[in-house]
Every structure is written in C-alpha cells, then in structure tokens.
Design a protein around this ligand. Structure first.
Ligand code: FAD
Ligand code: NAG
Ligand code: NAG
Ligand code: NAG
Ligand code: NAG
Ligand code: NAG
Ligand code: NAG
Ligand code: NAG
Length: 535
C-alpha cells in the first residue's frame, strides 16, 4: 500500500512535469516559428537579423534595460520579453506585425519607454515580445512650410534641438522632459508649458504614417480621418504602430522669460496658492505658471515641516511685460525683475528640465535621463478652486504622509477653446488645472514599493473632495494601472470601459468603434488598450 502510494505520487509528478515540459516546448516551437517568420519576411536590402535580440544574445539585457525609465520594472521579478526587435527599417515593423499576428503573439511597442507603468515592455501575458522603435528617430524640419516629419523613436529633446538648429523663432508644444519618446507622448496627448497658447502636441499634428494590423503602411489620407483622429490622443498601441508624425511648428518670440519662485507656509503660501487658482487659468495665453507643492524641513514651523509652493513659469515675451501682467493680476507672488531670466525658447527648455539656463543645447540629444528612480504617478482634474480651509486641511495631510509631491498645471487659454471631441483627449473647457501626483523613491524591493504606492493612493483618496467626479477623470499619458486592467478575455469591453471612460469620457465610444473597425481581432492589445465592441 505504502509503496503503491509512493509510486502513484511519482507517476503524478512525472505526468505534471512532462505536462509543463510540453507547454514549454510548445512555447519554444511558437517562438521558433515566429523567429523563422521574421527571417522569411526580411527585406532583401534591410536584413532583419541584425535587429533581433533573444535572451541568448549577450546584449539582450542591456537592450531591454536601456529604455526602462521606472526602476520598479528593472527587477529580476519583472516579466521579460522572449525577444526584442529593434526595428531599423519600416519593413521590420511590418514583419513583426505580420508574424506576431500569424502566431497570435502579444507585441509590446516601445518608443521612449517612459510609460509610468512600463506597459511598453512589461506584460501580464507570460509570452510577449517588444518592438523597439529607438533606431527610427529622424527629425526632418521644413521651415518653408513650418512643419516637420518626426519618426516616433525620436525623443522630445531631439525634436526641440533640431527645430532650434534651424530657427530661433519656432518651437513645438510638447512635454518638458527631453527624454520622453515621441511615439507614446504624441499618441497619448502630449502637453507642456506652451499648452495655454498652442494646445497639446496632438492639436498640432497634421499627418502620420502608421502600419496597420495587416502590415500595410498608411498616411493620413489612406488611413482615413477616423483612425487619424484616434491616434492623436487615444494611445497609439491600440490601433497600429505609428512610424512617424507630421507636425506644425509654432512661432515663439526671440526672447522668452522664465522664473521659479518658492514660497513656504511661513511666507504666506496658502494665500498665494489660493489666489493662483483664480488667476493661473485666466492669464494671457502666453503665460504658463505651474505650481509644485511638496513637504520640506523648516526650523520656523512647530513640527519641523512646512509646505513649499514653487511657482515655475514660461512666458512667451519679455520680463517687462511679464512683470506688468503679474503686478496687475498676481501681486501676491511679489515677482520682481531679479526673479526673471530672459532667454531663448530652446534655453528655456533646458531651464525647465533643471539644467542651468546657459547649458549647451546639445545635452537635449542625450537619450539617458539625468536621474532614474522608482516611481508612481496618478492624475486628477480640478474644476473648482479649493477653499482656504481646504488648502490648510490638504497641507496637514501632505505633511502627515511625507515624501509626496503634487504638480498643478493650469489649463484655460487655447485648451478651453478646442472642443472636447476634436481629439480623443477630452479634458478641455471647464478644467482649471490638472494634478499630477509624483512619488519617487530610491529603495529597491517590493516592500518599499508597497509603502510608497500606499502613500500615493492615500493622498489620491484625500483629494477626492476637490476633484472631478462621475467620472473621476485621468490623463492617459499619466498611465495609472489603479484605474483598471484589461485581461483581453471575454470581459474585455467592460474592463476597458472602466479606465476608458476616465481617460476619454464621451470619446471612449468613438474610440471603441474605430478600434472595432480597424482591428476587429484585437491584435493591438495591452493592459489598458481600447477594447473592441462586445459580440
Ligand atoms: C520623466 C517623465 C516626464 C514626463 N513629462 C511629461 C510631460 O511633460 N507631458 C506629458 O504629456 N507627459 C509627460 N510624461 C508622460 C509621457 O508623455 C508618457 O509616458 C508617454 O507615453 C511616453 O512616451 P514614450 O514613447 O517615452 O513611452 P513608451 O513607454 O515607449 O510608450 C508609451 C505607450 O505608447 C505606446 N507606443 C509607444 N510608441 C508607439 C508607437 N510608435 N506606435 C504605437 N504605440 C506606441 C506604448 O506601447 C505604450 O502603450 C512624462 C513621463 C516621464 C517618465
Ligand atoms: C547579438 O549580439 C551581437 C553582439 O554580441 C550582435 O552583433 C548581433 O547583431 C546580435 N543579434 C543577433 C541576432 O545576433
Ligand atoms: C537595472 O538592473 C541591472 C541589473 O539587474 C543593473 O545592472 C542596472 O544598473 C539597473 N539599471 C539602473 C538604471 O539602475
Ligand atoms: C504675509 O501676509 C501678511 C498680510 O497679508 C503680510 O503682512 C506679511 O508681510 C506677509 N508675509 C510675507 C513673508 O510676505
Ligand atoms: C529633513 O529632516 C530630516 C530629519 O527630521 C532629515 O532626515 C532630512 O535629511 C532633512 N531633509 C533635508 C532635505 O534637509
Ligand atoms: C505695479 O502696480 C502699481 C499700481 O497698481 C504701480 O504703482 C507699480 O509701479 C507697478 N509696478 C510695476 C513693476 O509695474
Ligand atoms: C553658465 O553661467 C555660470 C554662471 O552664471 C557660469 O559659471 C558657467 O560657466 C556658464 N556655463 C556656460 C556653459 O556658459
Ligand atoms: C499597503 O496597503 C495594503 C492594503 O491596504 C496593506 O495590506 C499593506 O500592508 C500596506 N503596506 C504597507 C507597507 O504599508
């Protein structure tokens, strides 16, 4: 009896083992067939072999790691792709799509890798590969038409640098961090400090090149206005691989003015923040004054901590006019000539990303960020000013939680003029500002992550009373997995609706219809993709 039992268990474990071996060898076979398909589809003059990295390749890890921008996902426990295609030519994108579709493989598309939740290179699906776009980064400026073709593997710093190389009086409205990739940034909306004057990046896109689910390359005309609408804010990775965008450059003056003025609670920060809420969304559109709130040490406050409110600005004009605007509508800040730095637009980009304002603009071509941390981000929209009592209550909560930061980005101006259905990005008129929750830490491991994630969620909870409701809106480019995940199974549509309504409000339905039309088999899917209509 005893022996029999023992044998049965061994048999069972052999069965289980061989079962999982079968799974593994099936996976191996699919991967093998996929690899062969890529090679078979290689363009004669652009061999794909030099773009393929598997874990057997000695540079696999460094290729994977070189565009990880959140250290939470640079961990041995992070799921890894079985292969990376570092596309060197448009035909490599086409081969990747055709072969992945044929073998029903999950493809992740990565441009700059700045997705806050790592969704461009991590997956909940065990077997996936990455299509990496960083080699495709030509920026072609045409001053005669004041436009440019920008390949999606370019980073924003390259776009800004190439524009400034040709002209001191042109720029482009996009994000302040120069290492962010064009692919994710433009397709997800893209905002920066010229948003009140020129709107979002997507408001200045006039054409695109996209590879569809059948591997066909389209421009705006052949993809049609629906799909062109969707890839200007709906997130590219639900619809195709965007190869390039054509943008309209915008005019900037030769001299712009920047400042950064911090005020603590002891310096009347509450009064000044209260006033900021009323004036910042109503300033002339040339003026953008961001507000950053954080907790700092203070010897003059009772518990040793205070709130610091930093007012950081870009004004598209000279300091004289800026001072007169501020004196008239925001004297509480006490801005003086000595706070103001007059410079060129391209140098203001450097200032805004914490380089000394006179740093050589070449640093914008550097693809490695100045610092990398473990991080979590969330977002909110505010439609009514917070009362002074409310602010004081918030300061207490922030001091209690500790190492968190809130960034308030004022809307109004051009943002309020563009209809909410013009692009998938729905947060237009009626929004005073957007909040970004910023939590960075330097301790590795799940325990630290758990702690900081909890703190961030707690602050988000505290903010409920001050922010948009039904839905509680969120910004797609501030990717936040807490808003819901799509397992892309039977409940795909309903799972997608949960986060989709928050990111897109009324535009979600149109995105679903376009998705259903252009990718009915849901090949272009990920954890927060646009679902197809339920059958
Ligand atoms: C330090 C930092 C600063 C930031 N500052 C700003 C800011 O000022 N303004 C702002 O709006 N946002 C900002 N963001 C957010 C940023 O815009 C988004 O994270 C954006 O999606 C990043 O684009 P990426 O190409 O670098 O990211 P990736 O991680 O490569 O991609 C993000 C998403 O887009 C998809 N995708 C990427 N490339 C393509 C493509 N070619 N075709 C189809 N789908 C594609 C990916 O699959 C993924 O779903 C910032 C992020 C960071 C980390
Ligand atoms: C693998 O790594 C080598 C360098 O070690 C590189 O030359 C090659 O292109 C990579 N890819 C393949 C598919 O060999
Ligand atoms: C990512 O992890 C690898 C080892 O797993 C390490 O060598 C590398 O330095 C890490 N990257 C960063 C930016 O910390
Ligand atoms: C704060 O405001 C009060 C009155 O509004 C004023 O008297 C005081 O000088 C201000 N303090 C600072 C540091 O500006
Ligand atoms: C603030 O004070 C704490 C101790 O209360 C200390 O550990 C920390 O280093 C201080 N931070 C700064 C930026 O001085
Ligand atoms: C600010 O406005 C006041 C009057 O409202 C005026 O006296 C003062 O000169 C102005 N200062 C500047 C720098 O414009
Ligand atoms: C920038 O300015 C600082 C002081 O104003 C100076 O010390 C530094 O050399 C300058 N750097 C460059 C690159 O011009
Ligand atoms: C984080 O929150 C979860 C759920 O509320 C809790 O179980 C966990 O203990 C918390 N972790 C830390 C480190 O506080």
């Amino acid at each position: 009896m005893g022996i029999f039992k023992h044998t049965a268990i061994s048999l069972l474990s052999i069965l289980l083992l061989s079962n999982s071996l079968t799974v593994i060898s099936q996976q191996d076979a699919v991967q093998e067939a996929f690899l062969q398909c890529l090679l078979d589809n290689s363009h004669p003059s652009h061999p794909i072999s030099s773009a393929i990295f598997t874990p057997q390749n000695s540079s696999f890890s460094s290729v994977l790691q070189s565009y990880i921008r959140n250290l939470r996902f640079n961990d041995t426990t992070t799921p890894k792709p079985f292969l990376i295609v570092t596309a060197l030519h448009q035909s490599h994108i086409q081969a990747a799509i055709v072969c992945a579709n044929k073998h029903d493989l999950q493809m992740k598309i990565r441009s700059g890798g700045h997705d806050y939740e790592g969704l461009s290179y991590v997956s909940i699906v065990p077997m996936f590969f990455v299509l990496d776009m960083f080699n495709l980064r030509t920026v072609d400026i045409d001053l005669a038409t004041e436009s440019a073709w920008v390949q999606t593997g370019a980073i924003l710093g390259e776009v800004y640098y190439r524009i400034a190389e040709k002209s001191r009086t042109h720029g482009f409205p996009a994000g302040v961090c120069p290492t962010v990739g064009v692919g994710g940034h433009f397709s997800g909306g893209g905002y920066g400090n010229m948003m009140r004057k020129y709107g979002l990046s997507v408001d200045n896109i006039i054409d695109a090149l996209l590879v569809d689910v059948n591997g066909r390359l389209h421009d705006r005309k052949s993809m049609g206005e629906d799909l062109f609408w969707a890839i200007r804010g709906g997130g590219g990775a639900s619809f195709g691989v965007i190869f390039a965008y054509k943008i309209n450059l915008v005019r900037v003056p030769e001299v712009v003015t920047v400042f950064n003025v911090p005020k603590t609670l002891e310096e009347n920060a509450t009064e000044i923040v209260y006033k900021w809420q009323h004036v910042a969304p109503n300033f002339p559109e040339e003026l953008f004054v961001r507000l950053i709130l954080d907790v700092v040490n203070s010897s003059s406050s009772t518990n040793g901590k205070t709130i610091r409110a930093s007012f950081i600005s870009l004004f598209l004009g000279d300091s004289k006019r800026l001072l007169s605007i501020m004196n008239e509508s925001f004297p509480e800040l006490g801005l003086s000539q000595s706070d103001c730095i007059e410079t060129s637009w391209i140098q203001s980009v450097l200032y805004w990303t914490n380089f000394p304002v006179n740093t050589s603009a070449e640093v914008l071509l550097n693809r490695t960020p100045q610092t990398l941390t473990f991080l979590k981000r969330k977002s909110d929209y505010v439609k009514e000013p917070i009362s002074k009592d409310g602010l004081e209550w918030l300061w207490k909560r922030m001091i209690e939680l500790g190492p968190l930061e809130l960034i308030f980005n004022p809307y109004g101006g051009r943002m309020a003029e563009i209809p909410a259905s013009e692009t998938p990005f729905p947060h237009r008129a009626g929004n005073l500002w957007k909040i970004q929750y910023v939590t960075n830490w330097n301790e590795a491991g799940a325990k630290a992550a758990d702690r900081y994630l909890n703190l961030t969620r707690k602050l988000h909870g505290y903010m409920t009373r001050f922010v948009s409701k039904n839905p509680r809106e969120a910004f797609l480019n501030y990717r936040d997995i807490d808003l819901g995940i799509n397992h892309n199974g039977k409940a795909s549509y309903w799972e997608g609706r949960v986060y989709g309504i928050k990111y897109f409000k009324g535009n979600f339905n149109r995105l679903v219809q376009i998705k259903t039309k252009v990718d009915p088999g849901n090949f272009f899917r990920y954890e927060q993709s646009i679902p197809t209509l339920p059958h």
